[in-house]
Design a protein around this ligand. Sequence first.
Ligand code: HEM
Length: 251
Amino acid sequence: MYSDFVYGLVRDSGVSPTATKKELTPCPLGVLVMKSSLNNEEVFMAMTDFHDNFLFLLRWIHIMAGITWIGHLYFFNFVNVPFQGVLAKEIKPQVNPILLSRALWWFRWGAMITFLAGWLLLLVKYGHGDWALMFDPTDGKMTHRAMWILFGGTLGTIMWFNVWFIIWPIQKQLLTWMKAGTTPPEAAGMAKKALLASRTNTFLSGPMLFGMIAPNNYPSINGVTLIAVVVVAEVIIWGLIKMSAKAGAEL
Ligand code: HEM
């Protein structure tokens, strides 16, 4: 059972104002202090609230996997592309299959977990309470936070598709050929297609991430904001790609 102190925190927080001490399930961690996802006020979240705790865990898994995925995407685009440009041709078969097959594993499974946890998060969070977070109960219109997350989620889903159905199948084939020491004529065209999909994902990642963090931090959406977000993100990402040709090349 909770100590009197913890019980007082839970009761006074307003999360479980009427719960008696006996009704609170014992938990080694007691309570978490966090921001309410609905109104951004600081509340004490009881570890007994399954819905909120499940959402919190799901969000954590989603973000961990998202970092793993996008981190590798940036490694490929900002480090590996310029690196391949200066790596001697005869060394590539010794380095690339070993290094890139590992990196591609974290990349594609990071994408898969992010994608699955993301849509589950949307279903559990927005579906809770009769979809009131998705559609305003007073006028039935889609809420701004839902528009943001659908914007980000759609871009993320296009990126996931590119990873699993374009980049990975092509890279798998190219690395297999490289390992076997053969270079069929179609290899160059396939490498170009994979690079295009990878660059597209890098450009999509900026606005996508804005769509992810906006529901809880940027409450309104309109055409001008969307255009501004896309333009600013694309200019920055374009600059990073340009920079990557030389950044860190010398110690
Ligand atoms: C693949 C499709 C994706 C879907 C369907 C999706 C879905 C979601 C949903 C439903 C939320 C909760 C939003 C809310 O609290 O209202 C969320 C939050 C978040 N997502 Fe995604 N997501 C996707 C991809 C990604 C990727 C690739 C990243 C990259 C790191 C990412 C990073 C985040 C972050 C940081 C949050 C937390 C925002 C906050 O708490 O303020 N998501 N996502």
